[in-house]
Design a protein around this ligand. Sequence first.
Ligand code: ADP
Length: 145
Amino acid sequence: MYHSILVPIDISDPEFTQQVIAHVETQSNLTDVAHVHFLTVIPTFPYYASLGLAYAGEAPDQEQIKNEALAKLSEIIDKFNIPKDRIKKHIASGSPKDEILRLANDIKADLIVIASHQPGIMTYLLGSNAAAIVRHAECSVLVVR
Ligand code: ADP
């Protein structure tokens, strides 16, 4: 039914992933042509930068951060039971919601699967990225609670 499924992953919280695995597997295995695009976004730190703190220590090597994020993303993807040839990995940096929405358009996603918020944080029913995706995405969004 779905052909291009986008699964944004927050690699800093593995419990997030645990919530969505079964749903992604079910949706992607409904047809054998569905591609699953995993994306992790490395957030920028404008707040620290505005205080000049980003320059206080040695600036982290962007390429190294990217490689480590990609390795972590690959580790997480291994937990999903989806044929390898139907998986695509993406990495971006910036605002998670903006990058998620941008990639959704680029790959013509017909479904985005996200968790509603961090498992430990119950104050909001929808996290800020989840809320923006539900509001602005041009395709269906499955919010896993
Ligand atoms: P919270 O505000 O509780 O952290 P979010 O709205 O940020 O909740 O997270 C909901 C979903 O948004 C996550 O399950 C994940 O799919 C996506 N998401 C959040 N941060 C990122 C990120 N840095 N990279 C990719 N996806 C993310």
